[in-house]
Unconditional design. Structure first.
Length: 277
């Protein structure tokens, strides 16, 4: 495994396991620089969303990197505000315009929203069939959301992007998605904005053992579990460090010790279990 290692989605499209997230990154020069630094460091998977309000800067950073479009995997997401009949396509077109791209590699429904998700999934299926998204998927879906979606969907989502980290490993949901052929992707893998897991004593002890940072240990844990992961930073040194994951391997005992941190699950974001169709 190296930074170029990919996972094959259920439609055959290859997605890099390691991506670069932009949650809470502003639409400004800081984000433009962060995207450029990430690509220079070897990241080829860039994740943004209409709700983040930074697609213009993400697109500019991609263009300034000078890399060929076909060498990148770009994800964006449908905003809740655009999940109305007739608005879904406008939301997608707006994202393409801001990114200055002809297509995205992955387009996701950002949140399940009561009364709007099923029709929005139909719009994503239309986008996929138009070949302007190479794959489509969802974010923040639980098992019950999928059960409802599968009653009407023609296409099985390729990805479920979820809050996932050592204090919220969602092992039953991950197993369910694997059974359905849906890849799981971790947002906020370091525990929310500011990396709230970095002071965990178990993780710090494991990090010392491997002469790595806690962030590197968490991201390596994701990779060894087959989870796509998208750490975010706007600091060049951290962006580079978060990609330095391929010169060590966590032992089975250390993997279990990290898994066991989920005994008292803790969310740093919203709980999708409170949301329904």
């Amino acid at each position: 495994m190296d930074i170029n290692t990919t996972k094959k989605l259920n439609n055959g499209v290859e997605i890099p396991y390691l991506g670069f997230g932009t949650l809470r990154s502003k639409d400004d020069e800081e984000t433009v620089n962060a995207i450029r630094w990430a690509i220079e460091a070897g990241y080829r998977h860039i994740d943004t969303a209409g709700a983040y309000g930074n697609e213009k800067s993400v697109g500019l950073g991609i263009r300034q990197s000078g890399i060929e479009r076909k060498k990148l995997f770009v994800t964006t997401k449908l905003r809740k505000e655009d999940m109305l009949p007739g608005e879904q396509m406008k939301g997608f077109e707006n994202s393409l315009n801001l990114l200055q791209l002809d297509y995205v590699d992955l387009y996701l429904i950002h949140w399940p929203v009561e009364g709007k998700t099923l029709k929005s999934w139909k719009a994503l299926e239309d986008i996929y069939e138009s070949k302007r998204a190479r794959a489509i998927g969802v974010c923040n879906f639980t098992e019950r959301h999928f059960v409802e979606l599968f009653r009407n969907a023609k296409i099985t989502p390729a990805v479920n992007q979820i809050e996932l980290h050592p204090h919220l490993s969602l092992q039953s949901l991950v197993a369910y998605c694997e059974k359905q052929g849906i890849a799981c992707e971790a947002w906020s893998p370091l525990g929310g904005d500011g990396g709230k897991l970095l002071d965990d004593p178990v993780l710090k002890k494991i990090a010392e053992k491997y002469s790595k940072s806690v962030a590197q240990v968490i991201l390596r844990w994701d990779l060894q579990k087959g989870i796509i992961t998208i750490p975010k930073s706007t600091h060049e040194a951290r962006i580079v460090a978060n990609a330095n994951l391929y010169d060590f391997e966590l032992s089975a005992d250390d993997m279990k010790a990290i898994d066991d941190l989920d005994r008292d699950p803790r969310r740093f974001g919203r709980d999708p279990n409170t949301m329904c169709f």
